[in-house]
Design a protein around this ligand. Structure first.
Ligand code: GLA
Length: 384
């Protein structure tokens, strides 16, 4: 965990003087994989691992951004041409651009970005940077923006500036996280409802395979196109359909029988996953963790066989977890192709589970996994 005192010290040594501190959480999705951009429902929690942005306003149009992780400082003039959008600073610069597009002009500022959300592992480090940066820039510029609009602006930064066609789940989770609760998000209406997670009974454990998802960006965009292709085909006979959210598998199964295999599988995953999310909300509300675990396993199997976004390491981590005492459910989380699994574990056994999973994963793969016991946390806030 980051120490506020050390971050303040770092800011002073970089820029001199004091800063305000803002933070946004990473997230882990309990169920609803690759459903958000199909306008379905998802069930993430914001986690107690944060991206911090220390910020101080400037009286010119200059933005200085330092990344602790990359140990580099970049200086840009607001409204300047885009430059390299794939550079680490693309997320922060994309947020400035996107806020401007939304009609919000922020001031020049000195920023220090310090994140404890692991990059490229499916915990949404990018949305955490975007949302924390947006909060910081708005805060020091004396501007306000409603949280849903802010989440949309951050998603737009990632879609149109960085070039990753992510859905809206991560940014909404970083904005609306609530301590002790999962978030039931309707990705069409953007309504967010909270569902209590009784942490005295169950804890969420994230297991990082330490394999970075190199394919994630390109294959992610391909999956989106495949879903769009499924919708195009459905619309030939059902023109009212706008997204896979509008149909069940039973309604399209016959139609899909003549489709290319990949398109048929993608549609089967998305439609069945949407049904699983709705069942999961019911299960959590009744504290029926057995049923929740069953749904998580079915979600993983569908992401593996039909959506084809898992990896051998994710499958190993998932299999090892399910053999351990206290494990109620496990599945991959995030975009896939590496990154993390999410596990629902009985609170009484959580410490032992984490230690044993790390040991068995090392025995099986020779790799040291990072196992994080998480708490469901609040969304973006000013810390100081
Ligand atoms: C990534 C994206 C999200 C979502 C997940 C898959 O994390 O950023 O919008 O699509 O993948 O569920």
């Amino acid at each position: 965990m980051k120490s506020v005192r050390m971050m303040r010290g770092k800011f002073a040594s970089l820029y001199g003087g004091e800063a305000r501190i803002f933070r946004a959480p990473g997230r882990v999705n309990l169920i609803g994989g690759h459903v958000d951009y199909n306008e379905g429902w998802v069930l993430p929690i914001a986690i107690d691992r944060y991206c911090y942005v220390l910020a101080r306003v400037r009286d010119d149009r200059v933005l200085r951004i330092h990344s602790e992780e990359f140990d580099e400082t970049l200086e840009v003039v607001l409204n300047a041409p885009r430059g390299d959008t794939h550079h680490w600073s693309g997320y922060a610069r994309g947020v400035v651009w996107s806020l401007e597009q939304a009609g919000v002009n922020t001031s020049g500022a000195d920023l220090l970005i310090a994140s404890e959300v692991p990059v490229g592992s499916g915990l949404s480090s990018s949305a955490a940077v975007e949302v924390a940066t947006a909060f910081a820039l708005l805060g020091v510029s004396g501007q306000k923006m409603e949280r849903t609009a802010l989440a949309r602006a951050c998603q737009r930064a990632e879609n149109e500036f960085v070039g990753m066609r992510c859905g809206i789940m991560d940014q909404l989770a970083a904005c609306y996280g609530q301590q002790g609760h999962a978030l039931w998000i309707d990705c069409r209406t953007l309504d967010v409802e909270t569902v209590a997670l009784d942490e005295s009974q169950v804890r969420v454990v994230v297991a990082n395979t330490m394999v970075k998802h190199a394919l994630a960006g390109s294959e992610y965009n391909v999956r989106r196109q495949e879903c769009e292709e499924a919708v195009r085909r459905i619309r030939e006979s059902k023109p009212a359909v706008r997204a896979l959210r509008d149909v069940t598998w039973a309604e399209i199964e016959e139609l899909a029988a003549s489709w290319p295999e990949n398109i048929r599988r993608r549609a089967r995953h998305v439609t069945s996953e949407i049904a699983r999310v709705q069942a999961a909300v019911e299960a959590l509300r009744k504290s029926n963790f057995q049923e929740m675990g069953r749904l998580m396993a079915a979600s993983h199997a569908s992401l593996d066989a039909d959506y084809q976004v898992t990896s051998p390491e994710l499958n190993t981590m998932m299999r090892l977890a399910r053999e351990l005492p206290g494990c109620l459910g496990a599945r991959m989380t995030g975009g896939g192709f590496g990154g993390c699994t999410v596990n629902l574990v009985s609170t009484a056994e959580v410490e032992e589970f984490a230690g044993e999973l790390a040991r068995r994963y090392r025995d099986a793969t020779g790799v040291g996994a990072a196992i994080l016991i998480c708490r469901a946390s609040d969304g973006a806030i000013e810390v100081s």
